[in-house]
Design a protein around this ligand. Structure first.
Ligand SMILES: Nc1ncnc2c1ncn2[C@@H]1O[C@H](COP(=O)(O)OP(=O)(O)OP(=O)(O)O)[C@@H](O)[C@H]1O
Ligand SMILES: [Mg+2]
Length: 391
């Protein structure tokens, strides 16, 4: 059978379309389209350009040109002449000799010689995603030599070629749109991951470092008049530094704080409060009542919220008393962090920008099906309450 007979032709088209739809990355999709178009239409050169908004091409993929030749051609083409027309017109463009077209503006010295030309926009509804360009249709049995290009006997592209390319362009539009959506969704995942890490670092690590700094300062002031206590404080510094390192590792690898697994929520919180009580002048206390083990994610969220609420109370409120209470509540638990400090207006805190703490606490409560309450008034202290549903 003739190599371009109806059956082999259909099989080749089908293979090309399948290859296209299997690709997930935009660049791979573009490559597959160009290679398929060149093979199916038996052209010497094929290219696909995706326009940018500045009169150039965001991407320009070619097939039939060696890498060496591609380098010698120089910078990517701009949107001008026939390339531009393909991006602004809706239909195909078929020329017997592109060099004779009035829009032809010449090409750089190393550019291969081209004559017969077929261009096809790739459109998705009203939007032009790109355009396909093919040049130099080969004769059957032609070796592809440049001698007879444009010379007598050149057939140029046919109606059938144009139909085939139009079909390819329609599928290319779908494949390209899918690939873009896929890349977009991956970017979103990466952005979410970055924000998780930012919250994690904020919640765990920067607090530990804050306590560490205070403890180190305490040690420095004690070192002359009470060396024994300074030594204790320094041991505390070492312990806090080790914890900060662990938290950092956990944040990066998304592990739970190790202490939670080993000691459970109540013991971990009690330890944390004890450390803060020693490091700060405010009196920090912990009470716990009838608490049972909770699902791991809820325990972690409670710990993180307690840490941030404590951190805020110690840093912003000027309180001399801070109380942490963990109590059983239906099947779950209720956490309250209360200070007798200066209070603030929660509604007046701008959530965008620098202040991550309150936002992060809300996210964490919401993330485990819980509820967060911030009760504060200027002059009347602050209570942060978090409820989790239990397992
Ligand atoms: N217990 C509190 N007492 C008084 N003011 C508070 C208290 N908690 C929060 N605030 C006020 O609310 C603001 C927002 O708190 P938030 O935790 O969101 O951010 P931050 O502590 O300023 O910064 P970050 O937590 O991102 O390091 C604080 O800057 C502070 O003015
Ligand atoms: Mg804060």
């Amino acid at each position: 059978m003739h190599p371009n007979g109806p059956c082999t032709g259909l099989a080749a088209v089908s293979t090309a379309l399948l290859a296209m739809s299997r690709r997930l990355e935009v660049h791979d999709v573009l490559r597959t389209i160009v290679v398929s178009a060149r093979e199916l239409l038996d052209a010497e050169y094929a290219a696909l350009g995706v326009p940018d908004d500045h009169g150039g091409f965001a991407q320009f993929v070619v097939d039939g040109v060696s890498e060496e030749q591609w380098r010698r051609i120089g910078p990517l083409p701009r949107q001008h002449g026939i390339l531009a027309a393909m991006l602004h017109d809706e239909g195909a463009e078929r020329l017997a000799d592109v060099r004779e077209d009035p829009r032809f503006g010449g090409w750089p010295p190393a550019h291969p010689e081209m004559s017969d030309f077929l261009g096809m926009p790739i459109r998705d509804g009203e939007e032009t995603l790109g355009a396909l360009f093919l040049a130099n249709k080969r004769h059957t049995g032609d070796t592809g030599g440049a001698d007879d290009v444009g010379g007598p006997g050149t057939r140029g592209f046919t109606d059938e070629d144009e139909e085939l390319l139009s079909l390819l362009a329609q599928h290319a539009a779908i494949a390209l749109t899918n690939a873009r959506l896929y890349e977009r969704s991956r970017e979103l995942t990466i952005a979410e991951e970055r924000s998780r890490l930012a919250h994690e670092l904020h919640d765990a690590v920067s607090q530990k470092l804050f306590s560490l700094r205070l403890t180190a300062q305490a040690a420095a002031t004690l070192v002359d008049r009470d060396p024994a206590r300074a030594k204790d404080e320094l041991q505390q510094v070492a312990a806090l530094a080790a914890e900060a390192a662990d938290e950092l590792r956990a944040a990066v690898t998304e592990l739970r704080p190790a202490a939670l697994d080993e000691d459970g929520l109540a013991a971990t919180l009690r330890d944390h409060v004890r450390v803060l009580d020693r490091a700060h002048t405010a009196h920090v206390t912990f009470t716990c009542d009838g608490i049972r083990a909770l699902p791991a994610t809820q325990e972690e969220a409670l710990l993180r919220v307690a840490q941030e609420a404590l951190h805020n109370a110690l840093r912003h409120s000027g309180a001399d008393r801070v109380e942490v209470a963990l109590t059983r509540h239906a099947a779950g638990a209720l956490l309250a962090v209360r200070d007798n400090g200066r209070g603030f207006s929660p509604d007046a805190v701008r959530t965008a920008g620098r202040h991550l703490g309150l936002v992060s606490m809300r996210d964490r409560a919401g993330g485990v099906g819980g509820r967060l309450d911030v009760r504060s008034e200027p002059g009347a202290g602050t209570t942060i309450e978090m409820e989790v549903p239990g397992g």
